[in-house]
Design a protein around this ligand. Structure first.
Ligand code: MN
Length: 233
């Protein structure tokens, strides 16, 4: 084996409910503006009849297990939560038809797409990449993956609270592009691989957290996710 100059970083992975094996992570995809009420609160309503979904990615190294405490990140004054249903891909797929989308699904998780909103909005409004706002260290929080091979989730309550106060409350049936449509569209651009996670977008009610805050979220039929915001980095 070719030696490395230094020990490579470990493969990021997520626990799987009921299994000893970890789910190794390949890529992290995120759908932007996928609930109408959230698109409106961001000042960018979506007209599905003339628009296609869009995506951004984060480094797999941003993955953080549910239950973690993470430092309030640097260079932001507006660190936001976004509660999301996460699809775990278990089979390779390219140009997957919507009616076949279930065949590449391994399972689901509850996730948080933590965001430096101030930096994301500057980037968005100046036409710059979103990386400094979105690709934040420790910002891709993920619960254990629940194996549900071949299952397409079409509805279920999605909620998030901060310090016990409800901030986001919606239903997965309000996704603008549903899970079949997302897999079909995303797989036009990428060869989906086992280990890819797709964060499907957040409903309305996003907001800021502060050091000491505890975030708890859930997706009906999948489970919960938790994050505690620690002192500033
Ligand atoms: Mn998001």
């Amino acid at each position: 084996m070719t030696p490395y100059l230094f020990t490579p970083p470990a493969v990021p992975s997520v626990a799987i409910r009921g299994k000893d094996e970890q789910f190794p992570i390949n890529r992290l995809f995120f759908v932007g503006r996928n609930y109408h009420a959230h698109a409106v609160e961001m000042g960018k309503p979506v007209d599905k009849s003339v628009e296609r979904p869009f995506y951004f990615t984060k480094a797999p190294q941003t993955l953080t297990p549910s239950g973690s405490t993470v430092a309030y990140p640097p260079e932001t004054k507006n660190y936001h939560f976004e509660m999301e249903l996460v699809v775990a891909i278990g089979k390779a797929g390219f140009r997957v038809k919507a009616e076949d989308a279930h065949t590449v699904i391994y399972g689901y998780a509850a996730g948080l797409d933590m965001t430096r909103r101030d930096l994301q909005l500057v980037a968005r409004d100046k036409g710059r990449p979103w990386d400094l706002g979105k690709d934040v260290e420790h910002s891709s929080v993920c619960s254990e993956i629940v194996p549900m091979p071949g299952v397409v989730i079409e509805r279920g309550a999605i909620e998030l609270s901060v310090n016990g106060a409800v901030k986001q409350k919606s239903d997965v049936d309000k996704l603008i592009w549903n899970i079949r449509e997302i897999i079909a569209d995303l797989s036009l651009f990428y060869h989906l691989q086992p280990g890819d996670l797709i964060y499907t977008g957040t409903p309305e009610g996003v907001g800021a957290v502060l050091p000491g805050d505890k975030i708890t979220g859930s997706v009906e039929g999948v489970g919960g996710v938790e994050l505690t915001v620690g002192p500033k980095a």
